[in-house]
Write a protein that binds this ligand. Structure first.
Ligand SMILES: Nc1ncnc2c1ncn2[C@@H]1O[C@H](COP(=O)(O)OP(=O)(O)OP(=O)(O)O)[C@@H](O)[C@H]1O
Ligand SMILES: CC(=O)N[C@H]1[C@@H]2OC[C@@H](O2)[C@@H](O)[C@@H]1O[C@H](C)C(=O)O
Length: 373
């Protein structure tokens, strides 16, 4: 087990939107952030996206994943090569399926092979242990959000919202010492965020997403469809709770009869409404809501949140953080926690029975020999 001490770790995240791999370096001891390093975005090509898309929903035992695995490994090797002074890598992998109370969770990726390719120790498979101990396996960024809250000097409760393919919310009390202390964190997936908008944009317009909310701005939210969406049982469940990317795929049918602009406006309204429902679970009103992920660049979605919330709704950049790289940084920070045997989830974040340190550490043969000597 690694001793306490600050190191430069590199994290990689490829999210549910299947757009590419984010890689970012963080100086951290797994408890505190000391600074941020370089970052890189390595997009998936349309061909690679098609291979990954075809693999969504598959489990390791289903087989037939060789082509998708080659895409994930190749893209990560490119994304992670050439960073300087890195001591440890956190490799999230590409989520293909997530059924915490069913078959488990599946992040495609081979940490042994990545460790060998990079010549660096790699922590991977972050979510399985949490599920084995009764947790949702997600979200895992909250322990990093706690460190971010300390880094920005917050002294009252605040919330982080990630608007990726799926949305997730973390309420943080930075007055606590540790993230796994009772009452320090409450986190859960809010609902779909950009995934259904992207799906409709692609099907109807041949475009990957609704840039700057331009189409949603021209439409109106269909209230009937919005109410039917909010009747979903997921919104009645108490947190912690987590979602598969396509858990709400059928919601697209609710907007089938609408014009393109009204359909996209309504899906944008649904994502915002899901967040607003989630905000009701905060133990205390947060002083501010800091938003990361691609959805913070959608002014229509941001304005819907602002119109309904009492607290400021800001992109995380307003607090000096990088909203494109926050999740990649999270897996760098979490990798250090795993190497030190510190928990990466707790009852407040995933519903796991007690704090658990997830993840598997793979060392390249060379590093093992050096340590032995
Ligand atoms: N300028 C923009 N205007 C509107 N939407 C945008 C803009 N830029 C990005 N997005 C949305 O954000 C999405 C990408 O978000 P992000 O990279 O945070 O997702 P992810 O990390 O793949 O998802 P997750 O966090 O669920 O794993 C895009 O697919 C798009 O829908
Ligand atoms: C199973 C899985 O990959 N979940 C992702 C996904 O994308 C957003 C949301 O759903 C969140 O639960 C999680 O990612 C972030 C990084 C997390 O674990 O905090």
């Amino acid at each position: 087990m690694m001793k306490a001490g600050r190191i430069r770790a590199l994290g990689a995240m490829s999210g549910t939107s299947l757009d590419g791999v984010d890689a970012a370096a963080v100086e951290t001891d797994g408890e505190r952030i000391f600074g941020f390093g370089e970052s890189r975005y390595r997009p998936y090509s349309p061909e690679e996206q098609a291979v990954l898309s075809a693999a969504l929903g598959r489990w390791p035992e289903d087989g037939g994943l060789d082509a998708a695995l080659a895409v994930v490994q190749g893209a990560h090797e490119e994304a992670l090569a050439g960073f300087e002074d890195i001591a440890l890598v956190g490799f999230h992998g590409q989520t293909l399926a997530h059924e915490p109370r069913g078959r488990g969770t599946h992040q495609l990726g081979d940490g042994d092979a990545l460790a060998a390719a990079l010549g660096l120790p790699v922590v991977w498979d972050f979510r399985s242990a949490d599920i084995r101990f009764g947790g949702e396996g997600a979200p895992l960024a909250p322990f990093y959000h706690f460190a971010c809250a300390k880094w920005i000097g917050a002294d009252e409760p605040l919330a982080f919202l990630n608007l990726g393919g799926v949305g997730n919310l973390t309420w943080v009390d930075p007055r606590k010492e540790r993230p796994d202390e009772a009452g320090a964190l409450l986190a859960f997936d809010t609902g779909p965020a950009n995934a259904p908008i992207n799906d409709v944009m692609l099907a109807r317009r041949g475009e990957a997403f609704d840039r700057d909310g331009a189409l949603a701005r021209q439409g109106e939210v269909a209230q009937g469809a919005l109410e039917m969406f909010l009747d979903e049982g997921y919104f009645l469940k108490m947190p912690p709770k987590s979602l598969d990317r396509d858990a709400f795929k059928d919601m697209i049918e609710l907007v089938n009869e609408l014009s393109d602009a009204d359909a996209v406006a309504t899906l944008t309204g649904m994502s915002a409404a899901a967040v607003l429902r989630g905000m009701e679970h905060c133990p205390e009103p947060p002083a501010r809501l800091l938003v990361c992920g691609g959805g913070r660049k959608n002014p229509v979605m941001m304005d819907m949140l602002r119109a309904a919330l009492d607290c400021p709704v800001e992109p995380v950049e307003d607090a000096g953080l990088d909203g494109d790289m926050l999740e990649a940084q999270a897996f760098a920070h979490l990798a250090v926690r795993v190497a030190r045997g510190l928990p990466t989830s707790c009852p407040g974040t995933t519903g796991v029975r007690a704090g658990v340190s997830g993840g598997t550490l793979s060392r390249p043969a060379k590093a093992v020999n050096e340590e032995d000597g």
